[in-house]
Design a protein around this ligand. Structure first.
Ligand SMILES: *Cc1c(COP(=O)(O)O)cnc(C)c1O
Length: 305
């Protein structure tokens, strides 16, 4: 760590095997089961204007994810907070996308018993990654409803963050091939669940509606639901069909990668009047205003202690 002062962290900083390294130099052993079997969990927290947003909620979910997959990151919440803060501090980034990862690690040579693996904790901070570019944020996204089914909870529990992304990636590739910006996946009943790294909402007759199961329970989704309650907007958390989405007044997605992001076209057709809706705008504004709320905001000290 002493020599980390001479390195260039401006493109991001990673924490790997106890060392802070520039993001381009960060690597993991090829035999880590996190790589070979996608046997890992992770969480992403954002830094906005030099402060973490809802870090506690992300740490809590990360802990739950680790316990569910029987992974032990070997670090406490205060230790994770210190590592993530140091990654951000070294990078100097005021707007950052910060990821914590726990992988299964390696088993002794020849063993196929995951219990014998030495789990690993990794982390990195890179410049903020938006889920939608500037033009998409200004005009709204065009989403395709995919025929690809999200992996069922009985196989890989989607409420626990994981890297089993092939369903999401194949759906996304299909949507991009057809000229859409991103994709929504369905469950076995044909109900909409989520997209690659985001939750989804629709607004019908003033009610804010979002699926209740079969997807990751995003911190941003939770934040949007809390904001809607505080604005006295009716909220419905229940299964939602593709037809309800297609005939909705408004559609938007939620993610740490940009908060509340408008969707103005679905499967090639305009959502409502094809413009960003009033409820979407109201929720997006409230989402960014909440970043100033002291209980959700943990400022990072950029000068070394
Ligand atoms: C992380 C993630 C989300 C969004 O969660 P946030 O906590 O709001 O960033 C949604 N779906 C999937 C599959 C995810 O991995």
């Amino acid at each position: 760590m002493a020599d980390s002062e001479n390195l260039d962290f401006s493109k991001g900083c990673a924490f790997v095997r106890g060392q802070y390294v520039p993001i381009a130099q960060a690597s993991i052993p090829m035999t880590d089961l996190g790589f070979l079997h996608s046997d890992a969990t992770y969480d992403v927290v954002t830094v906005w204007d030099g402060a973490f947003f809802r870090l506690d909620a992300h740490l809590e979910r990360f802990k739950r994810s680790c316990e569910h997959w029987r992974l032990d990151p070997g670090v406490t919440d205060p230790e994770i907070t210190a590592i993530l803060s140091h990654c951000v501090r070294l990078s100097g980034l005021r707007q950052s996308y910060v990821e914590m990862i726990c992988t299964r690690g390696q088993t002794p040579w020849g063993s196929r018993d995951p219990r014998q693996a030495v789990n690993q904790f990794y982390a990195f901070a890179v410049p903020f990654v938006w889920l939608a570019n500037e033009q998409q944020r200004a005009n709204g996204l065009h989403l395709k409803i995919s025929g690809v089914q999200r992996i069922p909870a009985s196989s890989v529990d989607p409420t626990i963050k994981n890297y089993h992304w092939n369903d999401l990636t194949m759906g996304l590739l299909g949507a991009l091939d057809e000229g859409a910006d991103s994709v929504l996946l369905v469950n076995a009943q044909g109900q909409i669940v989520e997209g690659p790294g985001f939750n989804v909402f629709c607004v019908r007759d003033g009610s804010v509606i979002t699926p209740d199961h079969g997807m990751l329970e995003g911190v941003t989704r939770k934040t949007v639901i809390e904001i809607a309650h505080s604005l006295d907007l009716p909220v419905e958390v229940r299964p939602v069909s593709a037809e309800e989405f297609k005939s909705a007044n408004e559609v938007f997605i939620s993610s740490s990668g940009g908060g509340v992001l408008p969707v103005t076209r679905l499967d090639g057709n305009a959502v409502g009047r094809g413009e960003i809706g009033a409820v979407t705008r109201q929720l997006a504004e409230a989402y960014w205003a909440l970043h100033k709320e002291p209980s959700f905001n943990l400022p990072i000290s950029y000068t070394p202690p």
